[in-house]
Design a protein around this ligand. Structure first.
Ligand code: DO4
Ligand code: MG
Length: 291
């Protein structure tokens, strides 16, 4: 069972999507209100949704205009949580040395993970909205990641897909430039749905697929599985929430495990697809940032 929002004349509508891809409206204004209502009734969100959709009118997923499944007040991200990311970061930090060892090896092996601030609701886009390219970077890639939707206590409520758009040249020039390599307008995308935690028996079995199209041709395709993650999901949440103020509906991206070839950079008008079976396909066109 997954939860989406779509755009109606009256505003944004929360809805459930069944295994058969039928969309049924839910009578709550947003995901966190649904979670709160389930808690008030001593039920899981999954049980509550199952009961609510009993007699609802069904719509087809293809006929609706999807938007972000949640207005995440903040999006945080973990980095260098997969070997593939460590190798790519080493490559860009050493001007293209293969097999180089750097501080990224240290953080990959350390007890403390890398956690950084990625986005706010105003900078985050949803399905079919453009992600932007930074005007001062010549080496930009999407980072397809599993996102955890958490509450203010750090409880994992569900899973979404995310794109941690990144500038490899800016981060490679100096790690202190990380916020500029990661945060700008429309540099983060999440969606298309929230797969409820109770609907997933083992999140490490989730698969992540990324496809990039240029002039309608597939120019990159890669895939990975969350079981390649060096850390436990709860460990990442622990470090994010430790002595921190976290808000209901925060999204924590868990790191990238798919990196396009080192000579690849995104172009304006490319189309990115990030698919996590069970969550859906997060599609975003790429545009140059407007000043
Ligand atoms: O250290 C930089 C961030 C790496 C990252 O975003 C990732 O591994 O996904
Ligand atoms: Mg990332």
């Amino acid at each position: 069972m997954r939860i989406i929002r779509y755009v109606k004349e009256s505003g944004k509508q929360l809805a459930a999507v069944t295994e058969e891809n039928k969309v049924i409206d839910l009578p709550y204004k947003d995901f966190m209100t649904l979670v709160a209502e389930a808690r008030r009734n001593n039920r899981t969100t999954f049980e509550m949704v199952k009961q609510l959709i009993g007699n609802g009118e069904e719509l087809a997923l293809e006929d609706i205009d999807l938007t972000t499944p949640i207005d995440a007040p903040e999006v945080w991200a973990a980095g260098v949580t997969y070997k593939k990311s460590k190798e790519a970061r080493n490559y860009e930090a050493t001007q293209g040395k293969l097999d180089a060892e750097t501080f990224y090896d240290k953080v990959y092996d350390a007890i403390r993970p890398e956690i950084f601030f990625k986005s706010t609701a105003a900078r985050t886009v949803g399905p079919n909205e453009p992600v932007y390219l930074r005007s001062d970077s010549n080496w930009q890639i999407p980072e397809p990641e599993l996102g955890l939707v958490i509450d203010k206590e750090g409880t994992i409520l569900g899973y979404t897909a995310g794109n941690d758009m990144s500038c490899r040249d800016i981060e490679g020039e100096n790690p202190l430039y990380l916020p500029q390599a990661k945060v700008w307008k429309n540099s983060c995308s999440i969606g298309p749905s929230i797969l409820l935690k109770e609907a997933v028996s083992d999140p490490y079995e989730l698969q992540i697929i990324c496809r990039i199209y240029r002039d309608e041709k597939l120019v990159f395709e890669g895939d990975a599985q969350v079981n390649q993650l060096k850390r436990k999901l709860e460990e990442l949440v622990h470090y994010l929430t430790l002595d921190n103020t976290i808000f209901d509906g925060t999204v924590l991206l868990t790191g990238t495990c798919i990196v396009p070839p080192n000579d690849f950079t995104l172009n304006e008008k490319d189309r990115i697809e990030i698919e996590i079976p069970g969550i859906g396909v997060l599609k975003n066109p790429v545009l140059q940032s407007k000043k």
